[in-house]
Write a new protein. Structure first.
Length: 455
C-alpha cells in the first residue's frame, strides 16, 4: 500500500525504504505529560529484525516526572517503591512520517501500554483517544487546527542557557505583526521550517509576523484530532531542532517577557458519519442546536478544566487585559477579546479557543474541549447571547489566575472525573502540585532585585 500524502509512509513503504538503504533511523516517539516527544532513535535494520510487533520499552518515569525529568513522588502510576519499571511503546503504523531535517530518518508515534498490553490511562495520546471514542459513539469525529506562536532569538540554545536567558537578541527589534519586511528578516529559517514540515506530510498554509519582538506563527491545515496533535508535537520539536541546526533558538513558552505571550489558539469543529458539518445549522449566526450546546459547555466548564488548557505556572502570566490573551469566559462572533471566538461561515463554522499558550499539551487541551462540549450537549445547556464589545471589562466568570487555582478546580471537578476518570485527574493534579511546590520554593531574580538592598 502506498501513502497518498507525500511525506507520510505506509508500513510497507517504510520496509521498502529500509531495504533500499533510504532509511537508517526510526524515531519511536511517545508524548509525555508536558506535551513533549520522548523516545528512542532505533537503527532501522534492528527495527525490522528485532521489533517484529513494533514495540519497544521505556522507563515509566517519563509519565511521572516534571519538566526537569525529576523523579517526583506522589504518582500512583510509578514510584521508587514500585521500581520504576518499563512501559511498552507500541508503534501506530498509521502515523509514519519522514523527518526531512535529519538524513534517512522517519518517525512513528507510539501508544503507551503496560508490558502486559493494558493502555496507560494518563498517557496524553490515550486521554485524547478516549474522548475521540466518545465522539464516535455519537457518530461524530472532530477536526482541529492549532495555531502556535514562537519567538526567535539570534543566539544558540547553549548560549541562551549560559547567559541565564538574559539579554537575548530577538530576530526582530520591533512589532512585525503581518509585516512582510519583518518576516523576510528571518525567512531563511521560517522557510526551511515550512519546507521541512511539508516534507513531513503536513499541509502548510502560511507564515506571519506577530506582535512581540521576533515573534512569528506558521499555520497548518486542520486535521482529525489525534493526527493533528501528533503533527503539532512533531512541528514543535522540529522547529526547535531546525533552529538549533541554523544557530538560532526559539521559544514557545506562554509568557517570555512582559510583552505579548505565545498563544496556541485551537480551532475545533465536528463532522458526522456522512462527513457533514455538525456545527452548521439554521439557528442564529448559522449555528446548529448541537453547536450551541457544545459551546455552552465550554463556558460552563472552562474554569474547572482550565488546568488542561493552561498547565504551567507561566501559562497564567499570559492572561493580561488588552494583550489578545483572554481573561473572561465569554464567546463572541469574531471577537478576539473573548475566550471563545466563533469564526467561519456555512459548513466552515467553528469555534476558536484562545485560552492555551504555546506551552500547552495539545492532546490534553483538545481532550478538555471535547469533554466540556459533550457535557454541554448531554445537559442541553442554553447558550448565552454572543458578547459584543470589550470582554476584558465585562462582568463575567474569569479564567483562573494561577496554576494553584486551576489545580484545585480540576481536582474538585465532577465533570473532569466523569470525563477522564479518577486515575487521570489525580495524575495531572499531582503534576500540577509538583509545579506549584517547586515554584514556591524557588527564589527569583524579581525577588533579588526588589529585596537585596532595599528591604
Amino acid at each position: 500500500m502506498t501513502s497518498a500524502v507525500p511525506g507520510r509512509l505506509s508500513r510497507e513503504e517504510l520496509l521498502d525504504q529500509i531495504a533500499r538503504g533510504d532509511v537508517d533511523t526510526v524515531v519511536m516517539a511517545v508524548t509525555d505529560m508536558q506535551g513533549r516527544l520522548q523516545g528512542k532513535r532505533v537503527d532501522a535494520q534492528f527495527f525490522v529484525d528485532g521489533l517484529h510487533e513494533g514495540i519497544t520499552e521505556g522507563c515509566s518515569y517519563l509519565f511521572a516526572s516534571d519538566v526537569d525529568m525529576r523523579t517526583v513522588d506522589g504518582f500512583a502510576l510509578t514510584s521508587w517503591e514500585r521500581g520504576y519499571g518499563d512501559l511498552a511503546f507500541k508503534a501506530d503504523f498509521t502515523t509514519l512520517r519522514a523527518v526531512p531535517w535529519f538524513d534517512k530518518t522517519v518517525i512513528v508515534f507510539c501508544d503507551v501500554e503496560t508490558v502486559e498490553g493494558v493502555p496507560v490511562a494518563p498517557s496524553p495520546r490515550q486521554v485524547l483517544q478516549h474522548q475521540v471514542d466518545r465522539l464516535a459513539e455519537r457518530g461524530w469525529r472532530g477536526l482541529a487546527g492549532t495555531e502556535l506562536e514562537f519567538i526567535v532569538f539570534n543566539t544558540t540554545y547553549e548560549d541562551a542557557w549560559n547567559s541565564g536567558y538574559r539579554n537575548l537578541v530577538p530576530a526582530n527589534q520591533y512589532n512585525v505583526d503581518y509585516s512582510l519586511q519583518g518576516t523576510s528578516r528571518i525567512e531563511p529559517l521560517l522557510g526551511r521550517i515550512r519546507r521541512s514540515m511539508r516534507g513531513a506530510g503536513m499541509v502548510v498554509e502560511s507564515v506571519k509576523g506577530e506582535c512581540n519582538f521576533g515573534q512569528h506563527e506558521i499555520a497548518f491545515k486542520y486535521a482529525e484530532l489525534v493526527d493533528k496533535c501528533d503533527e503539532h508535537g512533531l512541528y514543535k520539536l522540529g522547529a526547535k531542532e531546525i533552529a538549533a541546526q541554523d544557530g538560532y533558538s526559539l521559544t514557545f513558552m506562554a509568557k517570555y517577557n512582559e510583552r505579548e505571550g505565545n498563544s496556541c489558539h485551537i480551532h475545533l469543529s465536528l463532522r458526522d458519519s456522512q462527513n457533514q458539518p455538525v456545527f452548521a445549522g439554521d439557528r442564529e449566526h448559522g449555528m446548529s442546536e448541537t453547536f450551541e450546546h457544545f459551546l455552552a459547555g465550554q463556558l460552563a466548564y472552562g474554569r474547572e478544566l482550565s488546568l488542561l488548557l493552561a498547565p504551567n505556572i507561566n501559562s497564567y502570566k499570559r492572561f493580561v487585559e488588552g494583550s489578545f490573551a483572554p481573561t473572561a469566559l465569554l464567546w463572541g462572533i469574531d471577537n478576539r477579546t473573548c475566550a471563545f471566538r466563533v469564526v467561519g461561515h456555512g459548513p466552515a463554522i467553528r469555534f476558536e479557543c484562545r485560552i492555551p499558550g504555546g506551552d500547552v499539551n495539545q492532546y490534553m487541551a483538545i481532550a478538555a474541549l471535547v469533554a466540556a462540549g459533550l457535557r454541554g450537549v448531554d445537559e442541553g445547556l442554553e447558550l448565552a447571547p454572543a458578547f459584543a464589545g470589550n470582554a476584558y471589562v465585562a462582568d463575567a466568570p474569569r479564567v483562573p489566575t494561577t496554576l494553584r487555582e486551576a489545580m484545585e478546580l480540576f481536582d474538585q471537578s465532577a465533570v473532569a472525573r466523569d470525563a477522564f476518570g479518577d486515575e487521570v485527574v489525580d495524575h495531572y493534579v499531582q503534576a500540577a502540585r509538583v509545579e506549584v511546590d517547586t515554584y514556591n520554593a524557588a527564589v527569583t531574580d524579581w525577588e533579588r532585585y526588589r529585596g537585596f538592598e532595599r528591604l
